[in-house]
Design a protein around this ligand. Structure first.
Ligand SMILES: NC(=O)c1ccc[n+]([C@@H]2O[C@H](COP(=O)([O-])OP(=O)(O)OC[C@H]3O[C@@H](n4cnc5c(N)ncnc54)[C@H](OP(=O)(O)O)[C@@H]3O)[C@@H](O)[C@H]2O)c1
Length: 228
């Protein structure tokens, strides 16, 4: 019998992260559902009604919060199979690069890119113990040919996240797989109600990747490779 795989998802109290947890549980994973506060994580876990999911508070931009999580994970499990960096913000929808304050760029970079980097750095040894993988939830809006001048803080943060994916994949070659996934435009608080896809469809491509290592240093959407 193979041991149950352990996955950790950030920003999982709502939206795609929550749905990823639901689908991972259905696939037989043990799940650590993290949210900005423990209370939010607990509320989300209650809705899932499974004993295989553990709520944990994680503010992804706080180095202290990341370190607390790392110590707890190491002591409790000693390893991790899948880290899903999903937490994200969308702070400048439709605004021009000529007018978005640089502080908004800093905020987007902090949450969408640097937090994913810091958490990956912290948990890499635990992932190495299990030949695990990092999945960075990115966006096609950060692809080179999609760098339009609107929503530019968000786009730049996802471009940076994709760069982090590539560099981490090279650092982890043979030990830890690292990929980016775009969930497609789906209906969540971030995606809005006009989005063409469902949250289930958005989560599906992430869960497909989590089920097994399918290569490293790639950008996926709906199980297909996307150009950077
Ligand atoms: N929806 C789409 O169409 C779409 C398309 C492409 C890519 N994506 C990407 O998919 C991911 C999930 O998006 P979504 O649509 O599910 O967004 P969402 O519904 O707005 O949910 C975002 C999640 O991230 C959490 N979060 C934000 N900042 C955080 C922080 N500093 N620390 C911890 N958690 C934090 C939020 O927590 P709170 O509830 O506490 O705010 C929430 O749980 C994001 O990375 C997004 O960029 C989404």
């Amino acid at each position: 019998m193979t041991a149950m795989k352990l996955a950790l998802v950030t920003g999982a109290n709502r939206g795609i992260g929550f749905e990823v947890c639901r689908q991972l549980l259905k696939k037989g994973f043990q799940v650590i559902l993290t949210a900005r506060t423990l209370e939010k994580a607990q509320q989300a876990v209650q809705q899932l009604g499974s004993e295989k999911v553990t709520p944990v508070g994680l503010e992804v931009t706080s180095s202290e919060s990341v370190e607390q999580l790392r110590q707890w994970l190491e002591a409790t499990y000693g390893g991790l199979d899948v880290l899903i960096n999903n937490a994200g913000i969308y702070p400048d929808e439709g605004q021009s690069i000529l007018r978005v304050p640089v502080d908004t760029f800093r905020e987007a970079m902090n949450v969408n890119a640097f937090a994913a980097l810091e958490l990956s750095q912290a948990l890499f040894p635990l992932l190495e113990n299990r030949r695990g993988q990092v999945i960075n939830v990115s966006s096609e809006m950060g692809a080179w040919e999609d760098l339009h001048p609107s929503t530019s803080a968000y786009r730049l943060s996802k471009l940076a996240l994709n760069g982090i994916t590539l560099m981490l994949s090279r650092a982890g070659r043979g030990r830890v797989a690292v990929n980016s996934v775009c969930p497609g435009w789906v209906r969540t608080d971030m995606g809005g109600q006009d989005a063409p896809g469902t949250v289930e469809e958005g989560a599906e491509g992430i869960v497909w990747l989590a089920e097994q290592v399918r290569g490293t240093g790639q950008f996926y959407q709906h199980r297909q490779i996307l150009p950077w």
